[in-house]
Design a binder for this molecule. Structure first.
Ligand SMILES: CCCCCCCCCCCCCCCCCC(=O)SCCNC(=O)CCNC(=O)[C@H](O)C(C)(C)COP(=O)(O)OP(=O)(O)OC[C@H]1O[C@@H](n2cnc3c(N)ncnc32)[C@H](O)[C@@H]1OP(=O)(O)O
Ligand SMILES: Cc1cc2nc3c(=O)[nH]c(=O)nc-3n(C[C@H](O)[C@H](O)[C@H](O)COP(=O)(O)OP(=O)(O)OC[C@H]3O[C@@H](n4cnc5c(N)ncnc54)[C@H](O)[C@@H]3O)c2cc1C
Length: 633
C-alpha cells in the first residue's frame, strides 16, 4: 500500500472532523456512537483512498494503517469488523468470481461478520439460523426460527453495516449440511433503512467496546440469490447438488485468520500500556529508598520493575511469536491451496492456545500496568482503563478462551496417542515422543534448559490427562464424559503448551537474529527474552518441581538471576518503551506522553470535564440547597 498523505480535495469530509471538542468519556452512549461515526467516516474515506491500488488478496496480513484509529478514537472503531472479518471472509471463502462481484464496490459497502447468536456462540454446529434452498427461484431463504437464533454480537451490525457475511445452517432438499457462510445485504444503500424481512438493532451498553456498535439481526423469509453462498470450499449447484468441501472446517477459516493475527495485536496493546506506565514511573517521584536521600523515581523500586518489565518483554515475545505464527499460517494456507490439509489441525491447535494465552496475558498485564500507576492509572485520561477493556474483550471474542484451550488439548491428547503408537509427530509436538521414549536430560539452569523443562511439564500433564480419561472410561464413562471429567487437567496441559511455545519461539528467534544485530541491541533483546523465560520458570516452579529434576538450589539461582536481569534492564527501560515508537497521538494518555509533562497534562485534561464549565452546578440549587437549609442550625 502506498502511504502518501491523501490530498484533501479527494476527501468528502473535512479532516477537521477528526477533532473532539469534548473528550469521548463525557459523552452519552448515543453521542459517543455518533461521534465515532463522524471521525470513523473520515478515516474510512482516507483508508479507501490509500487502498485504491491495493488488491484484496486471500490470507493477507492486515495493514498497520488501522492503528491510526486507536489515536483518533479512544474506543473501538465501528468499521473494524469490515476490515478484520468481512473482507477477509470474502477473500478467503468466496470463489474468485464471487469476490469480484461482492467486492466490486470496494469501500462503497460496509460489512460485518454475523455468526454468533443469542443462544449459541461457542458451539457453531448448534447455530439455528437457516438458509434453505428454493429450487424454483434459485434463491436461499433465510430464517431465524426462534428468539435464540437471532444474530447477537456482530460489531458494526447495530447501525453501521449495510452488508454482512452470515453463518447459517444450509438446508438443501430437506437435508441439513451444517453451518455455511452467505453474503447478505441488510440495509438500503441510499436510505440505510433495514431491508424488509429483517429485524435489526443494537445490543446495548457493554463493559468496553461501546462504540463497536454490536448488534442483533433476525431474518423472516429473507431471500438472497443462490450465488450468495460463499462457494470456494463447498458449493450448491443450480439443481440442488451439494458439493462437499475437502475439509468442512475450512468454513471456520476466517476465525483462524483473526486468532493468528490477535497475537500481534496484543503485542501492540501491551506495548502501549507498558509505554504509559514505564514513562510515568520514571516521572513520578515518591518515597525514599535510603532515608537520607531524596525521594526516588518509583521505577527504582525493584518491585515496580518486577511489575512492569515483564510487560515490555511479553510485548516482544508476542510480536516475535506473532510473526512466527503468521509465517506458519501463510505456509499452511499455501499448502491448502495446493490441496494438502495435513497441517490444518496443527495450525488450529497452535492458533487456539496462543490466541487464548496472549489475550489473557495482555489483559492481566495491562491491569498490572494500570495498578502500577497508583490512583492516576484509574483515570480514563491515563487510557489504561480503555486499553484494559478492549484487550479483555479479546479473551472472549473470536473463540472463548476455555473452549479454545480444550481444542488444543484435543490435539495434544491425539498427539500423545500417536507418540505411544510410535508415529512421528510434527516438530511443534515432537517432544511428546521424546518424553514417551524417556529421552530427556537432567535439569540445566539456562534459557534453553528452562524451555526443555517447560516442554517436560507439557508432556507430563498431557500424559496425566490421557491416563485420567482412560481411568474414567474404565469406570464406565463414555469417552466424551471422561473428557469432561478431566477438563481441569486438559486446560492445564494446553496452558503449559502455549507457555512452552512462547518461551521457545521467543528465545530461539532472538538467538537466531542476534548475530545480525548490533551487539548492544542483541544484548538487550536477549536480556528481555531471558527475563521472560525466567519469570515463567519461577511462576511455574511447582510444575517444574513435579515434572523435572529442578532443585531448590536451581530455583534460588533462577530467582537471583531474575533480580539481576531487572537491574540490567532498568537503565534501558525508558529507551525500550520509547523504541516501541508509539506516537503521543496514538497513546492518548496524560500519564505516558513522550515529554513527561504528566501533572500539567492531567490538570489540562481535568479542566475539560463538563463539570468544570461552571463553578456551581445547577443541581446544587435544585436538590442540595433545600436539604442543607433544612438542617442548618
Ligand atoms: C485497515 C486494516 C484493518 C485490519 C484490521 C485487523 C484487525 C484485527 C484485530 C482483531 C479485531 C477483532 C474485532 C472483534 C471480532 C470478534 C469477532 C467474533 O467474535 S466472530 C465469532 C467467533 N466465534 C468463535 O470463535 C466460535 C468458537 N467456536 C468454534 O470455533 C467451534 O465451534 C469449535 C472449534 C469450538 C468447535 O467446532 P466443531 O465444529 O464443533 O468441532 P469439534 O469440536 O467437534 O471438532 C471436530 C474437529 O474439527 C477440528 N476443528 C475445529 N475447528 C477447526 C478449525 N478452525 N480448523 C481446523 N480444524 C478445526 C477439531 O480440531 C476437531 O478435530 P479432530 O480432533 O476431530 O481431529
Ligand atoms: C466484544 C465482543 C465482540 C464480538 N464480536 C462478534 C462479531 O463481530 N461477530 C460475531 O459473530 N460474534 C461476536 N462476538 C461473540 C463472541 O465470538 C462469542 O461471545 C464468543 O465466541 C463466546 O461464545 P459464547 O458467548 O457463546 O460463550 P459461551 O460458550 O456461552 O461461554 C459461557 C461459558 O461456558 C463455557 N463453555 C461453553 N462451552 C463449553 C465447552 N464445550 N466446554 C467447557 N466449557 C464451555 C465457557 O468456557 C464459558 O465459561 C463478540 C463478543 C464480544 C464480547
Amino acid at each position: 500500500m502506498k502511504c502518501y498523505p491523501v490530498p484533501r480535495e479527494n476527501l468528502v469530509l473535512s479532516i477537521d472532523n477528526l477533532k473532539d471538542d469534548i473528550p469521548e468519556e463525557y459523552l452519552s452512549h448515543k453521542e459517543c456512537y455518533e461521534n465515532v461515526i463522524r471521525k470513523g467516516s473520515v478515516l474510512y474515506d482516507i483508508f479507501s483512498e490509500l487502498s485504491k491500488d491495493r488488491k484484496h488478496k486471500a490470507h493477507q496480513a492486515p495493514s498497520n494503517a488501522y492503528r491510526i484509529s486507536d489515536g483518533i478514537m479512544q474506543n473501538v472503531n465501528p468499521f473494524l469488523l469490515h476490515f478484520a472479518l468481512f473482507v477477509p471472509a470474502i477473500t478467503n471463502q468466496a470463489t474468485p468470481e464471487q469476490q469480484a462481484e461482492f467486492l466490486k464496490h470496494g469501500f462503497g459497502i460496509i460489512g460485518t461478520y454475523a455468526q454468533t447468536e443469542l443462544g449459541h456462540g461457542t458451539f457453531l454446529r448448534g447455530l439455528e439460523t437457516t438458509a434453505t434452498l428454493d429450487l424454483e427461484t434459485d434463491e436461499f431463504v433465510l430464517n431465524s426460527p426462534t428468539l435464540t437464533s437471532y444474530k447477537w454480537w456482530p460489531g458494526g451490525l447495530g447501525h453501521t453495516a449495510n452488508h454482512c457475511v452470515v453463518m447459517a445452517q444450509l438446508y438443501v432438499k430437506g437435508k441439513c449440511h451444517g453451518p455455511h457462510l452467505f453474503f447478505v445485504q441488510i440495509r438500503d444503500i441510499e436510505t440505510h433503512e433495514p431491508l424488509p424481512g429483517l429485524k435489526l438493532g443494537e445490543i446495548g451498553a457493554k463493559m468496553g467496546f461501546n462504540t463497536a456498535d454490536n448488534g442483533f439481526l433476525g431474518f423472516h423469509n429473507f431471500r438472497i440469490p443462490r450465488n450468495n453462498m460463499l462457494m470456494k470450499n463447498s458449493q450448491v449447484l443450480k439443481d440442488g447438488t451439494y458439493v462437499e468441501s475437502k475439509n468442512e472446517k475450512l468454513t471456520y477459516g476466517s476465525m483462524v485468520f483473526v486468532r493468528v493475527y490477535l497475537l500481534s495485536d496484543m503485542a501492540y496493546m501491551l506495548a502501549r500500556a507498558a509505554t504509559i506506565s514505564v514513562r510515568y514511573s520514571a516521572v513520578r517521584h515518591q518515597s525514599h529508598i535510603k532515608p537520607d536521600e531524596p525521594e526516588v523515581q518509583i521505577l527504582d523500586f525493584v518491585i515496580q520493575q518486577h511489575k512492569l518489565f515483564i510487560s515490555i518483554a511479553t510485548s516482544h515475545a508476542f510480536k516475535i511469536c506473532g510473526l512466527w505464527l503468521w509465517q506458519t499460517y501463510s505456509k499452511v494456507m499455501e499448502d491448502i491451496g495446493k490441496g494438502s490439509m495435513d497441517r490444518l489441525p496443527e495450525l488450529h491447535a497452535l492458533s487456539c492456545c496462543l490466541k487464548t494465552t496472549s489475550t489473557r496475558d495482555a489483559g492481566w498485564l495491562i491491569e498490572q500496568c494500570r495498578l502500577a500507576c497508583g490512583g492516576h492509572g484509574y483515570l480514563m485520561s491515563s487510557n489504561l482503563p480503555s486499553l484494559y477493556t478492549t484487550a479483555t474483550a479479546a479473551i472472549t471474542y473470536e473463540g472463548e478462551s476455555t473452549v479454545l484451550l480444550l481444542q488444543t488439548a484435543r490435539y495434544l491428547i491425539k498427539s500423545w496417542k500417536r507418540a505411544m503408537e510410535g508415529e512421528s509427530l510434527p516438530a511443534t509436538v515432537s517432544f511428546l515422543s521424546e518424553y514417551f521414549n524417556k529421552r530427556y536430560n537432567k535439569w540445566e539452569n539456562t534459557p534453553k534448559g528452562i524451555v526443555d523443562g517447560l516442554k517436560l511439564v507439557v508432556a507430563g500433564v498431557t500424559k496425566m490427562c490421557a491416563e485420567s480419561i482412560q481411568k474414567h472410561v474404565s469406570r464406565g464413562q463414555q469417552y466424551e464424559e471422561a473428557w469432561n471429567s478431566s477438563s481441569v487437567q486438559l486446560i492445564k496441559a494446553s496452558e503449559a503448551y502455549s507457555r512452552a511455545l512462547l518461551c521457545e519461539v521467543f528465545w530461539f528467534e532472538v538467538d537466531k537474529v542476534s548475530s545480525t544485530l548490533s551487539n548492544n541491541l542483541a544484548v538487550v533483546l536477549k536480556q528481555l527474552a531471558e527475563l521472560y523465560i525466567t519469570y515463567w520458570a519461577l511462576e511455574k516452579r511447582g510444575d517444574l518441581l513435579v515434572y523435572t529434576t529442578i532443585s531448590k538450589d536451581d530455583l534460588d539461582k533462577l530467582q537471583e538471576r531474575y533480580e539481576e536481569l531487572l537491574a540490567l534492564i532498568r537503565p534501558n527501560a525508558v529507551g525500550l518503551v520509547d523504541s516501541f515508537d508509539i506516537r503521543d497521538e496514538i497513546l492518548c494518555s496524560t500519564l505516558g506522553a513522550y515529554d513527561g509533562r504528566v501533572y500539567e497534562r492531567m490538570m489540562e485534561h481535568a479542566l475539560k470535564s463538563p463539570l468544570n464549565a461552571e463553578t456551581v452546578n445547577q443541581s446544587f440549587h435544585k436538590y442540595m440547597k433545600p436539604v442543607i437549609l433544612k438542617h442548618k442550625i
